[in-house]
Ligand binder design. Structure first.
Ligand SMILES: O=P(O)(O)OC[C@@]1(O)O[C@H](CO)[C@@H](O)[C@@H]1O
Length: 327
């Protein structure tokens, strides 16, 4: 069983432009889509599509449009109530697959919301293989809420994955000694943030250099993060591929060529692929291959769509072993 936690869920509204996004212009959209969103919900949808056991936990009123859509999709979930509607996040995709996103802050939590949601997560975590803590925190939630949660979850026997950014990620990085997760899934930007990479080695550098065949900065950063946290590090590097660093070694994988439609949710699908592979007992290089394959399949789909298992082909991913053997 995989349990996903989405503190800040969303409805994702995607507007497709055939042309280039131009500031200040009147632009005609070629289409639009509306889908359930929020990182943990995206992970859960991909896991559910694969037919594995999953439960998505998030705060939302029982009659929220997001909940109605997830019930129609048949996604197993549980919620704690909040008084206002789930946020709508906006995505604009251009003809070449360039994706621009505007995310709202989300519904503020009261102390009661926080207590109820924490209780729900702890009750569902017992017996789960993985609990994935995903995405931003809404207004009113302390930056170290994931840290507090990990401390509460560590004794329950589940493994913990984290995919977040900015202040909650920095709070976690400052607390690895007391609240280390088992898996971290940063993208290039977050990886640079996590290890305080020198400004010359920013996110774009990590991804661009990896795409140009220079893996050294990304590998150094991922290895440092693994050493500091003890967690396996699955670092997604956009179109360049992804790195996996664990106690057993380090691997880099490159995806098959795709025509990108929307990168929204690609990282979430990668995390879903990794967790699926792990719960099926696959070794690290196959976990990485499935993660990359899921991410590439998601990026080839419009909007925030999780790939169906038939769209995923890990044998098309090229895996290179960088180091192997116990660290
Ligand atoms: O604002 P957050 O929580 O960081 O991210 C939310 C979000 O951008 O993440 C998903 C894609 O990863 C989308 O479905 C959703 O709109």
């Amino acid at each position: 069983m995989i349990v996903t936690v989405t503190a800040n869920p969303s409805i994702d509204r995607t507007i497709a432009l055939a042309a280039t996004l131009t500031r200040g212009a009147v632009l005609r959209a070629s289409g639009s889509r509306r889908e359930p969103g929020g990182k943990g919900i995206n992970v859960a949808r991909a896991v559910a599509a694969a037919g594995d056991d999953v439960c998505a936990l998030f705060p939302a009123a029982a009659d929220d449009p997001l909940v109605t859509e997830l019930i129609a999709d048949g996604l197993p979930h549980a919620c704690v109530p909040v008084p206002t509607e789930v946020r709508t996040n906006l995505t604009v995709t251009e003809g070449d697959g360039t994706t621009t996103k505007i995310n709202l802050p989300g519904t503020a939590w009261t102390d009661t919301t926080r207590a109820q949601f924490t209780e729900l997560i702890v009750s569902r975590a017992s017996g789960a293989d993985w609990v994935a803590l995903c995405g931003s925190l809404p207004p009113g939630v302390p930056e170290d809420w994931y840290v507090q949660l990990i401390v509460g979850l560590r004794g329950l026997g589940c493994r913990i994955a984290v995919d977040t950014s900015d202040a909650p990620l920095c709070a976690l990085a400052a607390s690895f000694d007391t609240a280390a997760p088992h898996l971290l899934k940063p993208n290039g930007h977050e990886l640079a943030q996590l290890v305080n990479a020198p400004s010359a080695v920013d996110a774009d550098d990590l991804e661009t250099r990896a795409a140009a065949g220079d893996l050294t900065p990304a590998l150094d950063a991922a290895a440092t993060l693994h050493e500091r946290s003890g967690a396996a590090v699955l670092a997604t590097l956009g179109a360049a591929g992804a790195l996996l660093v664990t106690d057993e070694g380090a691997w880099f994988g490159t995806p098959p060529p795709i025509e990108p439609r929307s990168t929204v949710g690609a990282g979430d699908s990668s995390l879903a692929g990794y967790l699926l592979a792990d719960t099926h007992g696959l070794p690290p290089e196959q976990r990485l291959a499935l993660a990359i394959s899921y991410g590439a399949a998601a990026a080839a789909l419009p909007g925030t769509q999780p790939p169906q298992p038939t769209m995923v082909n890990p044998s098309e991913v090229t895996i290179t072993t960088l180091t192997s053997g116990a660290a």
